[in-house]
Write a protein of this length. Structure first.
Length: 280
């Protein structure tokens, strides 16, 4: 993961203790990014009942794993456990959560109010929603702070979340269910596209392995082109489409009544509703 110099300097000068609750796939990706950006392992505490080998190995460099000693208030806490385990997992943080501690949660569906109730000693809270490309440093995270997060803490949050990709800030927590539906769940939609393209290619007569390879590389390459280009998605689509050509014939189906756009609109609306139900 490439580290920009500004983030590198900021994390290299991090003071105090950073606590990571949960070192699964997302937590481990963040941990890797922090270390790449110069955060000393000795300043990190990891709380996880079943840590992986890579996390255990970091104890030789000073990282504290499930320490038995008495905890002191941390500078920042990042919560990366599954939301359904939160009621059982979060009490372990109370000793680390002081009034000046920054709390950053990446748990889906768990609100700022939930965090405040679970950690009554804390005041500065950020709710964030990353997505799975974070595993390769190419995620997108949307974050919403409560009113007690200072400008310094907001900058620290951005530096911590930059370890797994880009970050967007919003001021309205009510948007987070739609964020989850679009970008949080979004990678599944893209993978489904590659899956459906593979099956369609096979149905058109291609060998299965070739169809899968063509679909995978087409989706991956198109995503990278979109990422690198300053051109919007609609224009990139139009640039591929010759009037009366093969692409136009396919898009007539995909963009017709009941096609891709209204179907995806319904899907994201359903995911948004489900997010609100899970949040209570």
């Amino acid at each position: 993961m490439a580290a920009d110099k500004k983030s590198l300097r900021t994390l290299g000068k991090f003071t105090g203790t950073l606590v990571l609750l949960g070192a699964g796939k997302m937590g481990a990706a963040m941990l890797e990014g922090w270390l790449a950006r110069g955060l000393p392992p000795r300043k990190i505490v990891v709380l996880d009942p079943q840590p992986g080998k890579a996390v255990k190995a970091l104890t030789r460099r000073g990282l504290k794993l499930n320490p038995k000693s008495k905890a002191a208030a941390a500078t920042a806490i990042v919560i990366a456990v599954k939301p359904q385990t939160a009621p059982d997992a979060l009490p372990a943080l109370r000793a680390y959560a002081g009034k000046n501690t920054l709390i950053v949660s990446i748990m889906a569906g768990r609100t700022l109010r939930f965090l405040q109730d679970a950690l009554p000693g804390a005041s500065a809270l950020v709710r964030a929603m990353p997505n799975t490309p974070a595993a390769i440093g190419r995620g997108i995270t949307t974050a919403v702070p409560n009113a007690r997060v200072s400008a310094r803490q907001r900058k620290l949050t951005s530096d911590l979340l930059a370890a797994i990709g880009a970050i967007e800030w919003v001021g309205d927590e009510g948007l987070m269910d739609a964020v989850t539906a679009l970008s949080g769940s979004g990678p599944a939609y893209v993978f489904l596209l590659a899956e459906a393209m593979t099956k369609a290619g096979i149905a058109a007569g291609l060998p299965a392995e070739l169809a899968a390879r063509l679909a995978r590389e087409t989706v991956a390459g198109s995503g990278e082109l979109l990422h690198r280009s300053d051109i919007d998605a609609a224009t990139l689509r139009q640039n591929v489409t010759s009037p009366g050509g093969t692409t136009a014939a396919a898009l007539e189906i995909l963009m017709g009544p009941g096609g891709f756009e209204p179907l995806l609109t319904r899907a994201i609306a359903a995911a948004t509703r489900r997010g609100r139900e899970l949040a209570g």
